[in-house]
Structures are given as C-alpha cells and as structure tokens.
Write a new protein. Structure first.
Lengths: 188, 423, 320
C-alpha cells in the first residue's frame, strides 16, 4: 500500500507496525516469476501485451514483472503507469494528490493490458484504474496481477494473477515492498 | 433639577487630582454639605471623576445623512463615550455655510443628550471656491470654521479666509492634505501600500500643506487649528511653529494613535480613514506628541456610515470610522497618562472652543456640572452592533479596550448611569 | 487550503507541492480525451469584474478538463461604480450553490473581502495591482521547464512594476524558490519602498541583461503616459524595451517570458516574440495545467474543511 494512501487513512498520522513477515524477498522473486509464466501461458506470449503499474504501489512489481519477461522470453513488453488520483470515488473526502503523471506509452486499443498493483483489498482502486484506462483506448482485455490478495472486496473485482492469497482482518494493514511482505497495523 | 452625590472617586480636573466626593445640584457643582438630603448617590469607587469630554471633530449625520446617524443616536454615542460637548462638522446636506443652517443644526442638536456646538464652512458648500459669509456665521455663534475633508486647497483663498476671519474671532480648522499629491489614493504610501498594491498618499502630502498653512498663519496672523494630524513630520513641524508663538493648535485622532498601515493587510474597509492610517513610526510619534503636549487635542473624527458604503472594494469604500464611544478607552489604554488624556480630550478642546478656561471648568463649586465618571479598569470588546451609533463602521471592531464611562452628567442631568443611557 | 488569494499565503511547501503535481495535470490535458472525472458535480464560477478573456478561458478549460461545471457570472464593469456592494454579489453567488469562485477585480483586495461572505473557495485571478497567484505558479512552472530549477538563478523583471500584480506575485514566488530577482524600471514605475522587497533594483537594462538566466517582460500600458509616469513610449522602448539588438545580445539560451497580451513595438520589438526562446505559448499552456492543479488542490484533495474523523474508510485501507 502506498505511503500517500496511508497518510490519508485513519488513524491519521499513525505509523505502520509489523506483526509478522509473510513473504521474504526470495519468495517474492519466485512469485513474480510464476506470475510472469502464468501471463505468458494465458496470453500465448507477449504479443500486444502492455504492463501498467498503478501509482504508487504497483510501480515496482510491474517493473519486476517486465524484468522477469526479459529473462524468460528475451523481450520487454511496453511498461506504463497510471495514477488513479483523478478517478477515485472518494475525491474531496481525503487529502490525496496525484503522485506522478500517468504514462501510457502506447495506444491501448486492441492491447492486452496487465494492470499491476501491490495489494488487492476493496477493489476500489482497480475500479478507478479501469476508468482511467478508458481515456487511452479500448483494450481487447484487461487482466489484473497483484502481489497480495487480502480479501474484503467491496466491488465485483477479482485478480487474474496473485502472488499470495493472504487472509487478513479488516483492521490489519499489509505492507508490500520488493524485499518483503509484512502484515501489521497502524498505530498512533 | 436633580441633585447627585458622586462618592468615593478620584476627582481629576485641570487644577488638581484629589480623592473625595463631588456634589451636583441645580446644574452646577456644589459643596457636598449643601446637597439636599434626597440627592442621588453615584458610587465612583475606583473611578476617575472629571470634567466632561469635548470632541472638536465629529460628523453627526444630520442633516442629510440620517440613515448613517441622527442627533439622537450621535448624542447617545457621545455621552456613552464621556463627551458632554461635541463640535458638529459642517459637511452636512445642506452644508453649514449660512446662519440659517447653523440655527437648523442647533435645533436638531437639541435632540441630542450632549451639547452640540456647530462648526461652519470656510467656503460656500465646502467647495473651496468662494468664502462663506464668515461674519454671519460668527454672529450666529460659530467659533470654528472648516472645509473638512481635505481643507482649503487654494492658498490665496486660505490667505483671505485667515485675514477675514481674524477680527471675527473665528478659528480656521484645516485638515492638511495636498490633494494634488493625494488624489486617487487609498492608504498611506510606504511598505504596506507597496505590498498591498494600493495607491498610497505620502506623508509629504500632509506635511507640505502643514508647512504652507503655517506660512500663511505667519503672513496673516489668523488663528488656525490643524485637524487630524497623522505624520511624525507634521507633529514636529507644528509643535516647533506653536512654540515660536504662532496662533496654531492641533489635534490627532485615537485611531491614528492606536492603528497603523500594517493593520490594513486584510483590506478591512473599516480601517480606511482620512488621513490614512500611517506607518507604525508615525503612530508612535503621535503618542509621544500627545504625551508631551505637543498636540493639543485628541478627537474622534467620528464618521458614521451605513454598511453598504463599506462593503465595497477597498478603493471604492467610503472613508472614516465611528469613534465617539471608543475614543476615551482607546486613548486611556494607549499608554498616555490619564491626566494627559483628560487634558487633551476635555480641558484643552473646551478652551479652544471657547467653553471656558481649564480653571473655569474645574470641578469647583459654581462650575457647570458637565461631569464624567470613568472606570479605568473595565475591559470590554468593541462590537459595533452594541454601540449606540447608527454607523456600522468601527476601526476598533473586535478590539479589547480597557476603560469605560460609568456615568455622564450633562448640565447637571445624569444621562449615562452604570454605563447605560439613563432612562 | 481553502482559498488561493496570494502567493504569500501559500507556504513554500504548498508552493512546491503545487508545482510538483502540475505535470500530472499537464498529462491529462495532453490526452486524446482530455477530461477526467475528478471534480464531477462541482461548480466553478468565473466572476470577472475586469475583462481578461485569456485568464477566464484558461480557468474554464482547466475546470472542464476536471469535469467541473463552469459558469461565467458576467458583471458589468461599471457595476461597482453603480453602487452594487461586493457583498450583494457574493451572496447572489452563494445562493447558487457554487463550490469555487474565480475572481478578477480591478480593486486590490476584493478577493479577501469576498471570502468574508462566501463559503465557496475563492481563487484570485488578479486583483488590482496586488496579486495574481496562478500567473506566478505558471511562471514558476515554465521557468522550471526551461531552467530545471530556480535555485540560484537570476531573473530580471522589466517594466511597469508599480502597477503590476504579476510582478508582486512573481517576486514572492521566484525568490522563495531560491532565485534572485532584479527589477528593471524607470523610478516612476517602481512601487514605493522597494528596499523592503527581496530584490535589487536597476534602471539600466543593458547591464542587467549581461548577467541573467531569464527575462520577464511586463506589459506597458499606454495610459501611463497620461499620468506623466514616463515621457513617451519611444523613450520607454529605447531604455526598457527588449529591442532586436538587446535580444540578439541576450543569445538564444535565455528564456523570455511575458504575461500577455504583448504590446509589440513597446516592451518587446515587433519580431522578438517569434524567437524560439520566447516561451509565451508555453506559459499559456502551462497556465491550464497549473489552474487544474489549483482547482484540484482546493476542491478535490480533501482539504475542503471536512472533519477528517467523519471520513469513510480508504479504498485500499482500513476503517477507523
């Protein structure tokens, strides 16, 4: 979960305190590699595949996926990023400013877009990202890859590729970096 | 006529300051022993008992601007502020430029709880073109004449006015403002006008006319009273000239003592006044000039307006602030000693207006019973909605002031009791 | 942050934050479908007491790209003189349920006064000689594009400083971002008390131009002649105009800015605006992005004054 979102969430001004490490760097590397294979298998290669990371938590996993493709296939699919700040359903309710300009390097009409994020939780960010992508064309399909699916969906959204299914309490917080996945909570 | 026994206060007049009681009966001060047994007692413990205040500069609305102020509302404001006599400025509609209008204003003034003295215009309609019938005004009892606003601009006209007025015993009261330099300006020129992007009038626009008018006094020997001086330079120039024996006197407003141009940062149009609030250094100079007696009087320059005239962009808003109810407190808590405040707001303006020497007005048996009882320690916050004036424009809105009038007695009648207009 | 009234009221952090997020909005403006739903359902009114088609359009485009509804409250330029109080106008707008008011007024301070009677956010689009904060933001953004950073850069602002809200806003913004500023103008077109400004002052354009990283020209208005502030335009141009000769001495690397509209032949020679280093068009384009950022910051970023403890849970976050 992105730092900027944590800042805007109750308890405001709290800091993340880890309770347990659920994946280490090596496990993450292996999960990324497996997800890359699954993407290749499902789409029969990388033709028309575009990788789009969600600002900000999805940027690093997306980059690692692209690197995995390069290792496996010897080619890098186009990599972009999308900032959902303008498409959120809670605009005006919390202090969230855009992080970086959305960067879609290629026309999306007809493409297979792999949206990448760190944590899938309520599904609202993915909903916003799907909206944001509309402005860049009409993809043939959009698939979702997440490092952690922690449940608690509030919208009919599911992930196509999952690094780890992690049962969690609603009140817990999942922290994903490429060196590890931790579960914990925000404390004042 | 009623009789009063003012008990336990500190009686301060031009002669002495003493602790003791004061008797009033039949419209004059009487020895306490001569009071009738049913005299009303007024507890003045912890209070200052002094001669009623006199304001040499107030705009009272009537005639012509009754929406902003009437003699009734202005009179209540005046007595609540401790004033027993107020000099009404002549820039009314019609302008006080004939004896007939003087009489009319006097009649209107009878509705006021305080005494109303009437100032006349120097020129017909305050237009600065032709002299008003000054002898006629003097015969109608006018003592001060003024083209309030910016004062007489034409030096030849001012020379004639000083010459003509001199044998009539008239004092020409004159704000110092060189309009050619100050036209279309909205505040003091300096760091703050620069920052706020408002056209400013330099201190020199005032000082040039101060110097010019002093020269004309020297030339003519006529009496001149500088209204609403506001710059450090003006105070220095005027006090030097007065010390050299020229027949000049001067006044400053309480808002120029207490406020400065930096206070305009929020574009509060209630702080738009003429002359403009000057730099902080000018306000300090005003304070020390008052304390040293280099300025004769502290005035209100009470200028009431209806809300719509102030709820406009700063450069389109009317100028002026109400002041009758706040002036004494603002002066008392400015750091100037009490006796200086009383001299500047009572004894000296009364003398300039011909109401009697400080000795004649002192609270001795036989003196007129214009008396004010002031609680110097009461702290209150100015809220224009709870003031008696109809004007809604106070430069001190929201300010906490210390010092408040407890009682005011005009001509032997108790008109303010316990800080409220007596029923 | 509820209002944007002046550059001085922004903290340096807020100023930098606005400049940091501006590229995100520039990206939206560059899309084929240049519209995002960020401010859907909100209404932005432009209240221009003084004509300025370009600024009004810029705000309208910015608001529309963020899906806000816009409406143009037309105010007869003489209505102030006719006696309409500022409060009446404010209350009329308030009654229409508007979320933000973009106000341009010939009187310094008018936007401050409006905030007294409006619940809506007030954005100052220029008040008298005083402030024009979005102009300063777009100027900073443009200069950052040209120079990388303003830190340690030397910027000359040339022309009628005295009557310029652009100069007052730019001096504050540029210097707070680390630039040094030299004002170049005849003494009569300088504001009083410039010694209290964080600038140096010069009356010699040629010597200043030997050592600048950017030149900012201000519009010279013809009515200044009537006020005896300068003898005539020919002399002004000779001393303070960016003539072809001065432009060529400046070289091709130094960006030249102007708030527009330009008086060709007065503050800038007729052909100079066509040089590559004149970034006036970039300023206009950046103006839209900066104004989007401002509108989003005021209306869309949750700083609108709602109590934070009443917020629903974050999309990807825990409830309280």
């Amino acid at each position: 979960m992105a730092e900027r979102e944590r800042k805007g969430a109750p308890p405001f001004g709290g800091s993340f305190v880890a309770k347990a490490t659920v994946m280490d760097a090596e496990q993450i590397r292996r999960a990324v590699k497996r997800m890359a294979h699954e993407i290749l298998e499902r789409n029969g290669g990388l033709d028309d595949v575009v990788i789009v990371g969600l600002q900000t938590g999805g940027i690093e996993p997306a980059l690692h996926l692209v690197e995995a493709f390069e290792t496996i296939e010897g080619t890098r699919p186009p990599l972009g990023s999308v900032d959902v700040a303008f498409h959120r359903d809670d605009i005006g309710l919390r202090p969230v400013l855009p992080e970086a300009p959305t960067d879609i390097p290629t026309e999306l009409t007809g493409a297979t877009v792999i949206l990448v994020d760190d944590v899938l939780f309520t599904g609202r960010t993915v909903r916003a990202a799907l909206d944001a992508l509309n402005d860049f064309g009409r993809p043939r399909s959009v698939q979702l890859a997440v490092m952690v699916d922690r449940g608690h969906r509030e919208l009919p959204i599911r992930a196509d590729y999952v690094g780890k299914n992690l049962p969690s309490a609603r009140s817990e917080v999942v922290n994903v970096t490429m060196s590890g996945v931790e579960i914990g909570e925000m404390q004042k | 006529m009623s009789a009063y026994l003012i008990r336990g206060g500190t009686v301060a007049d031009a002669i002495e300051t003493r602790t003791g009681d004061l008797g009033i009966a039949g419209g004059v001060i009487v020895p306490v022993d001569d009071l009738p047994s049913d005299a009303t007692e007024i507890d003045a413990t912890g209070c200052i008992v002094s001669t009623g205040l006199v304001d040499l500069n107030a705009h009272l609305g009537e005639p012509g601007d009754e929406a902003a102020e009437t003699m009734v509302s202005a009179g209540e404001a005046a007595v609540l502020g401790g004033f027993t006599t107020v000099l009404a400025m002549p820039d009314t509609h019609p302008c006080v430029d004939t004896a007939a209008v003087v009489e009319h204003v006097r009649l209107l003034g009878e509705h006021a709880l305080c005494n109303i003295e009437v100032a006349g215009a120097v020129t017909v309609g305050n237009k600065g073109e032709n002299l008003a019938p000054l002898a006629e005004l003097a015969a109608a009892g006018v003592r001060f004449i003024t083209d309030c606003g910016s004062g007489v601009q034409d030096p030849l006209l001012l020379r004639r006015a000083l010459e003509y007025a001199k044998p009539l015993g008239l004092t020409i009261a004159q704000p110092a403002d060189c309009v050619a330099l100050s036209r279309a300006t909205h505040m003091h020129e300096g760091e703050w006008s620069s920052r706020l992007g408002l056209a400013g009038s330099p201190a020199e626009a005032e000082e040039i006319n101060v110097m010019r008018d002093i020269s004309l006094v020297r030339l003519t020997g006529g009496r001149l009273h500088f209204q609403t001086l506001s710059t450090a330079g003006s105070f220095a120039i005027v006090s030097a000239a007065a010390q050299s024996g020229l027949p000049i006197s001067s006044e400053v407003t309480t808002h120029h003592l207490r406020l400065c141009d930096a206070d305009l940062a929020g574009y509060d149009t209630n702080l738009k006044v003429t002359p403009p609030l000057r730099a902080a250094g000018d306000a300090r100079a005003a304070m020390s000039a008052v304390a040293a007696g280099r300025v004769d009087c502290i005035v209100t320059d009470h200028t009431p307006h209806t809300t719509d005239r102030k709820e406009r962009p700063f450069d389109h808003a009317a100028t002026g602030t109400v002041g009758l109810e706040t002036a004494l407190a603002a002066a008392l808590c400015s750091g100037v000693p009490h006796e200086v405040v009383l001299r500047s707001m009572s004894w000296r303006p009364a003398e300039l207006l011909g109401l009697g020497t400080p000795q004649e007005r002192s609270l001795q048996p036989g003196a007129p019973a214009d008396v004010v009882v002031i609680d110097p320690n009461e702290t209150w916050t100015v809220r224009v909605g709870s003031l008696a004036t109809l004007g809604t424009n106070s430069a001190f809105e929201g300010t906490e002031l210390t010092g408040r009038v407890r009682s005011t007695i005009v001509g032997g009648q108790l008109v303010v009791d316990q800080g409220k207009v007596a029923a | 942050m509820k209002h944007l009234l002046s550059i001085d009221e922004l903290t340096t952090d807020e100023l930098q934050e606005l400049l940091r997020i501006t590229p995100s909005f520039a990206e939206v403006a560059s899309r084929r479908i240049a519209k995002v739903p960020a401010l859907r359902g909100l209404t932005v009114a432009t209240l221009f007491y003084e004509d300025s088609t370009r600024t009004r359009l810029s705000f309208e485009v910015a608001a529309k790209r963020l899906s806000a509804d816009t409406l143009n409250v037309s105010v007869a330029s003489s209505s102030v003189n006719k006696g309409e109080s500022l409060r009446d106008t404010a209350e009329t707008i308030e009654a229409m349920g508007i979320d933000a008011v973009v106000v341009r007024h010939a009187s310094s301070g008018a936007p401050w006064q409006l905030t007294k009677w409006l619940d809506a956010s007030v954005i100052n689009a220029g008040d008298g000689w005083h402030q024009h904060p979005t102009q300063a933001l777009l100027d900073c953004f443009t200069l950052q594009q040209e120079l990388g950073s303003l830190e340690g850069r030397h910027i000359a602002i040339v022309g009628d400083i005295k009557h310029s809200r652009v100069a007052r806003s730019d001096v504050s913004a540029f210097t707070r971002l680390g630039a040094t500023v030299t004002l170049v103008a005849p003494p009569t077109l300088l504001p009083p008390a410039t010694e209290t400004w964080p600038v140096t002052v010069s009356h010699d354009l040629d010597s200043v131009l030997t050592d600048v990283d950017a030149v900012y020209l201000l519009r010279m208005q013809k009515e200044r002649m009537r006020e005896s502030l300068v003898p005539d335009l020919r002399e002004y141009t000779a001393l303070y105009g960016l003539t072809a000769a001065r432009a060529s001495k400046l070289g091709t690397k130094i960006p030249i800015l102007h708030p527009g509209p330009m008086n060709r032949g007065v503050e800038i020679a007729a052909d100079v605006p066509d040089l590559d280093q004149v970034v006036v068009v970039d300023q206009v384009r950046n103006g839209v992005a900066v104004r989007m950022a401002v509108l989003f910051m005021l209306l869309g970023s949750g700083n609108s004054g709602l109590p934070t403890d009443s917020l629903p849970a974050m999309a990807e976050e825990v409830p309280a």
